[in-house]
Design a protein around this ligand. Structure first.
Ligand SMILES: *Cc1c(COP(=O)(O)O)cnc(C)c1O
Length: 377
C-alpha cells in the first residue's frame, strides 16, 4: 500500500493561469498587479490599515521587529513552544526573547504569566496562534495597553481563524502570516505583514523597499525616491504573488475542507479521550479555527516515539513538534525564561501531529484505523 504522507502541498491548477498572466504582463519584480490583489484580499480579511506581501512569515516577523525600534537588551515576551523564527527575528535586533509557559488546553501562551515577565526593558509581546487557534487576546491586549507594549501576532498558522468574531491578523498591532507550502494557503515560500495602524504601514512600506520611499514615489506623493530609513528587500516577485492570488481566492473553501477532515479525526478519537488514552485539541468557545493541524497528546515521550514508529510501519507519516526554544542551544544563548516551563516541556514531548491535507479524505479512514490499532497496544 502507498505511504500516506504527512503533508501534501495544495495545488489548485489555477495558479498556473495566474502565472501565465503575470508572465504575459512582463512585469516580474514585486508590487505589481498580483501583489496588489493579494494585499487587497488581506486587508479585506483583517480590517487592517495595510498589508504587505513578504518572502516569508520569517521576513514579516523581521519587519515587525524593525518596526519596534528595539535597542540591544530590550526584551520581547513570547512562548518557547513555537517555530524558531518567532524568536530569531527579534534576536537579530539584539533583543532578548523572554520565554513564558503555555496553556495546557490550547498550547498557546499562558496570558496569566505575561505580567510577571514584564520588566523596564520589555517592548513587545509576541503571541503565536498555535494550530490556528487564537490566543486569549482580550487579556493580552489589556496587559499591553497598561504597560505600553506592542502586540505582534505570529499568525503563521491562523489565516481565517477568529477570536470573538474578529479575524486573526486583526487581534494585535502587527501580524505575520505564512504561505509556506506546509500552511493552509500557500505560495511555496511566502508571507505577509499586517499593520493595524497607518504610521506602521507607511514605515513598513519603506522598510520593505530597502529603506527608500519608492512606494510613495510611485503613488506620486514625492517627486523622487531616496533613502529615508533602515530597510531591506522583503518583497516577493510577481510570480509568487500570482500563485498566491489563486489560492487566496479559494481560501474559504480550503478552510472548509480542512475543517471537515479535522472534525472526522476529532470524532474518531472521542472514545480514546473518554478512556484517558489520548487528549484531543481544545477549541475555546469564543474562537473559530481553520483546521490548520490536528494533534493528539500521548502519555509521554516513549509512548509518542513508539506511536510514530508503529504508524510508520503501517505506512502513515506522523510528526512531532516543536522542540522548545528555551532549552535549545540558541534559546540558552539568546533568551531567558520566566518561571518553570512545565507545560512546554511536557506537551512538546507528548504531541503528535496527524496527516492533514486537502485530498486526504479518500484515505483518512486508513489513517484512523492505523491509529486505533496503534493506540490499543
Ligand atoms: C510556519 C511558521 C513560521 C515561519 O513561516 P515561514 O513562512 O516559513 O517563514 C513562523 N511561525 C510559526 C508559528 C509557523 O508555524
Amino acid at each position: 500500500m502507498d505511504e500516506i504522507p504527512f503533508n501534501r502541498p495544495l495545488l489548485l491548477g489555477s495558479e498556473i493561469d495566474n502565472i501565465r498572466l503575470a508572465h504575459g504582463k512582463g512585469q516580474l519584480a514585486g508590487n505589481g498587479f498580483f501583489t496588489k490583489r493579494c494585499e487587497e484580499w488581506l486587508v479585506r480579511n483583517t480590517d487592517a490599515a495595510g498589508a504587505l506581501l513578504t518572502h516569508s512569515c520569517t521576513a514579516a516577523l523581521e519587519m515587525a521587529a524593525l518596526l519596534c525600534d528595539l535597542e540591544p537588551g530590550d526584551e520581547v515576551i513570547m512562548p518557547s513552544y513555537t517555530f524558531v523564527s518567532t524568536a530569531n527575528a527579534f534576536v537579530l535586533r539584539g533583543a532578548v526573547p523572554v520565554f513564558v509557559d503555555i496553556r495546557s488546553d490550547t498550547l498557546n501562551i499562558d496570558e496569566t504569566l505575561i505580567e510577571s515577565a514584564i520588566t523596564a526593558r520589555t517592548k513587545a509581546i509576541v503571541v503565536v496562534h498555535y494550530a490556528g487557534v487564537p490566543c486569549e487576546m482580550n487579556a493580552i491586549n489589556d496587559i499591553a495597553s497598561r504597560h505600553q507594549l506592542i502586540v505582534i501576532e505570529d499568525a503563521a498558522q491562523a489565516i481565517l481563524s477568529t477570536y470573538h468574531g474578529k479575524p486573526a491578523g486583526a487581534l494585535g498591532d502587527i501580524a505575520a502570516f505564512s504561505f509556506h507550502e506546509t500552511k493552509n494557503v500557500i505560495s511555496g515560500e511566502g508571507g505577509a505583514i499586517i499593520l493595524k495602524n497607518r504610521a506602521h504601514f507607511e514605515r513598513a512600506e519603506i522598510i520593505r523597499e530597502k529603506g527608500t520611499d519608492r512606494s510613495r514615489f510611485f503613488r506620486g506623493l514625492v517627486d523622487k525616491y531616496t533613502w529615508v530609513d533602515v530597510g531591506s528587500s522583503f518583497l516577493p516577485g510577481e510570480i509568487i504573488a500570482a500563485f498566491l492570488a489563486a489560492q487566496l481566492e479559494k481560501a474559504e473553501e480550503i478552510t472548509r475542507q480542512r475543517l471537515q477532515i479535522w472534525h472526522v479525526y476529532h470524532d474518531a478519537f472521542s472514545e480514546h479521550q473518554i478512556s484517558g488514552r489520548v487528549q484531543r485539541p481544545v477549541i475555546p468557545e469564543n474562537c473559530t479555527h481553520n483546521g490548520h493541524l490536528y494533534y493528539l497528546l500521548l502519555e509521554d515521550l516513549k509512548d509518542r516515539q513508539q506511536f510514530i514508529a508503529r504508524m510508520n510501519e503501517l505506512g502513515v507519516k506522523c510528526v512531532f513538534h516543536y522542540v522548545p526554544l528555551h532549552s535549545s542551544p540558541g534559546g540558552r544563548r539568546f533568551g531567558r525564561i520566566v518561571g518553570q516551563l512545565q507545560n512546554t516541556d511536557s506537551l512538546s514531548e507528548r504531541l503528535v501531529r496527524l496527516p492533514l491535507w486537502i485530498g486526504l479524505k479518500a484515505q483518512q479512514q486508513r489513517v484512523i484505523d492505523a491509529i486505533v490499532r496503534t493506540l490499543k497496544k
